[in-house]
Design a binder for this molecule. Structure first.
Ligand SMILES: Cc1cc2nc3c(=O)[nH]c(=O)nc-3n(C[C@H](O)[C@H](O)[C@H](O)COP(=O)(O)O)c2cc1C
Length: 305
């Protein structure tokens, strides 16, 4: 039997979607990349949803699902809610604009290019997942001016990292020391989505080389995650200082989640998890987890000044 190089599967290209369904009056949905058209006449579409997901349960109960085709301006918070949290714990549609489709399944009316609604005609249990094949009963545009959110964009831009093997990555010593030097430069954080512009990394996906200072960003540069202008950014440390003055008067370090990019800011704490403003990362309880994706403290990296 031939060896499986699991990394090859990472080369399969995908879009990102919110797959939604209902159970009675209850609505739920989750982020999914496993979506594909299966036939043209009649038009059918398949989605693969983990058997443990609430969305899977709802599709089985109602026999319908919708697919909202996501756009690049999807905020991290929405991605976190739909992609890392379960509808068993939160009401995902409480803070999202949506409409009910013909099937009664919810459809996002923001961050969405188009939607598709389907009735299940076949379902196959495949190890951990169920493949639902649906006959398309309705589909339409929501906002065609948007750009589609791809899995690649999610990995490489929203997480703000250059993976090993990418042209922007080098583990060489020369570049390491160059980076250390450049990391002295001021970082700026997006007020809207939390993306941090780090001069040491630049914004290679948008043609901005590593080492480009904030002041030298090209005219018209926008936040690569949510698309807002430069005037919606604030200097990272300056903001901390003013918030600290307001709140606790401390100068504590921030930590970024390696998995989803969430930044723990001691000046804000994590009130939803009962963590007060002014709590240092080191003082977080050992069982504290990332409020977006749920990983432990050991998956966080200190944001250096
Ligand atoms: C980028 C991304 C892609 C995902 N793709 C899928 C997928 O194709 N199928 C799936 O079952 N879950 C996928 N997930 C995981 C679910 O969205 C996630 O587990 C969700 O919290 C399930 O929510 P639910 O229990 O409310 O249904 C993906 C998550 C992310 C962040």
């Amino acid at each position: 039997m031939q060896e499986i190089n699991i990394q090859s599967l990472m080369d399969v290209t995908y879009g990102l979607y919110i797959i939604s369904s209902k159970s009675g009056d209850k609505l739920n949905g989750c982020i999914g990349n496993a979506v594909t058209q299966t036939s043209a006449e009649p038009p059918t579409i398949a989605v693969c949803v983990n058997q443990k997901h609430l969305t899977n349960q709802y599709i089985k109960e109602s026999g319908v699902f919708s697919i909202s085709i996501l756009s690049k301006d999807l905020p991290r918070k929405t991605l976190g809610d739909f992609g890392f949290k379960s509808g068993r714990d939160i009401d995902k549609f409480a803070e999202t604009d949506y409409m009910l489709g013909e099937t009664g399944a919810p459809i996002l009316t923001e961050y969405t290019l188009s939607y598709i609604e389907a009735e299940v005609i076949e379902q196959v249990e495949v190890e951990t997942h169920t493949m639902f094949i649906g006959k398309i009963v309705k589909s339409d545009y929501v906002d065609q001016d948007k750009e589609p959110l791809t899995y690649d964009y999610y990995h490489n831009v929203m997480k703000g990292k250059s993976p090993e093997g990418a042209p922007t990555y080098s583990g060489g010593e020369e570049e390491k020391s160059q980076k250390e030097e450049q990391s002295e430069q001021q970082k700026y954080k997006c007020e809207v989505c939390g993306y941090v512009y780090d001069p040491a990394k630049g914004d290679p996906d948008n043609g901005v080389e590593a080492g480009t200072a904030w002041e030298d960003l090209p005219h018209g540069w926008k936040c690569p995650v949510c698309g807002v202008d430069k005037d919606q950014f604030f200097p990272l440390e300056a903001k901390v200082t003013s918030e600290e003055e307001d709140k606790a008067g401390s100068d504590l370090a921030k930590y970024e989640c390696d998995v989803c990019g969430y930044v723990y800011d001691p000046a804000e704490g994590d009130p939803d998890s009962g963590i007060e403003a002014g709590t240092a990362f080191e003082d977080l309880p050992e069982d504290w987890v990332c409020p977006i994706c749920g990983v432990g403290k050991d998956q966080f990296t200190k944001i250096e000044d």
